[in-house]
Design a protein around this ligand. Structure first.
Ligand code: ZN
Length: 261
């Protein structure tokens, strides 16, 4: 039962004094003073929630082993009084131990950063949350040699959620279909036909496009099963340019990840 729903006033405004219980994923933790931690969770109904877990470093803490990175938790936060909330209780619903393997850990950490970036504070963001939880499950279970294509597939969905995924089928200038590869112009994310590519032309190979189109139309849980026409790392720089255009961020973990995928 969602306690925020219980805590609404007759006017429908959230009751500020009510505690909030959420289902979330722990995506950041930082030390606070000697014995406490600040914990950030991404949630489906309340966006990003941040709270102070008092005494979380103590050997007898009620939080011990529950608020580990990437755990799915049921967590209760104190009322929003404008400052930092307290994390009152946390129960681990799922620990993703397989993600401790180095390459999976890298992929999962990258996905967590992407979703953290896209997640609003204290507002529902079901598409971002579902991408995170579904993506973590895939990264946890897929064969090791499929991690690269799974991450690319998740990144395409993430760009779509941001509204920043260029048309993969047609020239962004004249709408001509792009059956055999495409071009892009410097500082512009969209794909263009040869006629609309300015010199020097930056080619996007047909196999890279084919990989991206396949990933795009493949349902999430089937991403590990596709046979990529080129190694995922070949397509990775193109997505890096799309992320840079959309977010002005460089997601550093992906460079490391795609050295191995
Ligand atoms: Zn064109």
């Amino acid at each position: 039962m969602n306690e925020a729903a219980q805590g609404r006033t007759p006017t429908g405004r959230p009751e500020r004094r009510a505690a909030t219980t959420v289902h979330g994923v722990v995506i950041r933790r930082s030390d606070f003073r000697e014995s406490s931690r600040i914990v950030a969770c991404l949630t489906r109904d309340h966006g990003r929630m941040v709270g102070l877990a008092k005494g979380a470093h103590r050997a007898d803490s009620v939080f011990l082993g529950k608020i580990d990175f990437l755990n799915e938790v049921r967590a209760t936060f104190s009322a929003d009084r404008g400052g930092l909330r307290l994390l009152l209780r946390a129960e681990a619903m799922r620990e993703r131990r397989a993600l401790r393997e180095p390459l999976r850990f890298l992929a999962a950490s990258h996905l967590a950063q992407l979703c953290d970036f896209a997640m609003p504070d204290a507002r529902p963001a079901p598409d971002v949350f579902d991408l995170l939880v579904g993506g973590l499950a895939l990264i946890e279970r897929c064969p090791p040699n499929a991690i690269g294509q799974v991450v690319l597939g998740l990144e395409l969905r993430h760009l779509e959620v941001l509204g920043a995924l260029p048309d993969l089928e047609r020239c962004t200038t004249c709408d001509t279909p792009l059956p055999d590869g495409a071009f892009r112009n410097e500082h512009e994310p969209g794909l263009v036909c040869r006629a609309h590519a300015t010199l020097p032309r930056l080619a996007v190979g047909s196999e890279v496009l084919e990989l991206l189109r396949t990933l795009r139309r493949t349902p999430g849980r089937q991403l590990p099963a596709i046979a990529p026409p080129v190694p995922p790392r070949v397509a990775a720089p193109l997505l890096a340019s799309w992320f840079a255009a959309a977010t002005e961020q460089r997601f550093r973990l992906r460079a490391l990840l795609f050295e191995h995928c």
